[in-house]
Write a new protein. Sequence first.
Length: 397
Amino acid sequence: MSTRRNRVALAGIIFVILLAQVLLYPGIDTLVVVFGGAETLSASMWFLAAEFAAFVAFAGLWGAVSDATGRRVPFIVAGTVGGFVGYGLLGLLPTLGVATFGAAVALRVFQGAATIGAFSLAITMLMDLEGGHGRNMGAAGIAIGGGTALGAPLGGQLYELGPLVPVYIASGLLLVVALVAAVVLEDSETSTRREGVSGAIVRIRQTPLLLVPYAFGFIDRLTAGFFALVGTLYFREVFELDPGTTGLMLALFFAPFALLQYPFGVVSDRIGRTIPIVVGSTLYGVAVVGVGVAPSVRAAALAMILVGVIGAMMAPATMALVTDLAPSSDRGVAMAGFNAFGSVGFLAGILVGGAVADRFGYVSAFVVAGGVEIALAVLVLPVVFRVDRFETPHPRW
């Protein structure tokens, strides 16, 4: 009973953390102005990048402390409480007379450092649970997809009520999650990793083919970071959409991306990883460019749906390739590496996409983002085919 309860609670925590995070995206340009930033792409870029830089810097620290103590729950609670405080202080900043943009960015670092602890350890605790790795990771995938899919349109509507409303709601949601985590979650003996992490990392280094799914994870998350910043401002400036409509445009990507991952994951088990990863990445790159050159809002909306569908085809196959390649005893560390590459990719998508768009324009930025995806697919096609054909047997229809 405790396993099922923990699984549901952990999925809920992951869902809410992602929901709170994405609430801020649709009107990010109006939000930075409230904090004293300029209504420019550069200000929005640094505001978003600060959170993901903290993700990259602090995720490993939370994991190391949790592993060392053999506990997950206290740190999940601490992370969500820290997120509540971080979002809350952001919302109060304009009323304190110190609403400088630098102070807002500093608070984003604090908030990101806290929430990544809760997010990362909630996924880790799901991995610790009995009941099947597929079932547990399926719960994580649904929570991640659902949080991002709902966050964009809901955040857009909240911005219509005021630029700080999404920040207040995010803070309140994390407070509720902290209370639920403290009351419902239970640590178990499986939370203590008895195998040395350093030994597992050494063995994974002996499987260099893991760099293939890691590279795709990096590029795929780069495009996600790209859409979080450049896509949002592209819709706001080029098509002159309000935050509510911008949120709906982002949801056209997030919704199919969330809903279709499970069936596409089943398909990849049947036909192998090569077609979903390589063909999917090529089509994904073309679709990303299509959003940037769309002549109308309707065309851009159709392209966003296509990006979401193709992204859903790639994502589960890429993660499954990590599982295919890593020894069963090292899958936790292997997946941690995949997530680390993904976080760096998201940060790179914000910084690189923002820099290219700021200097060369939106069309150039979309061409770069889509072109990198296509180039990677072409370069690694022989490697992916060899791995899929000879090392990872799959059941057939």
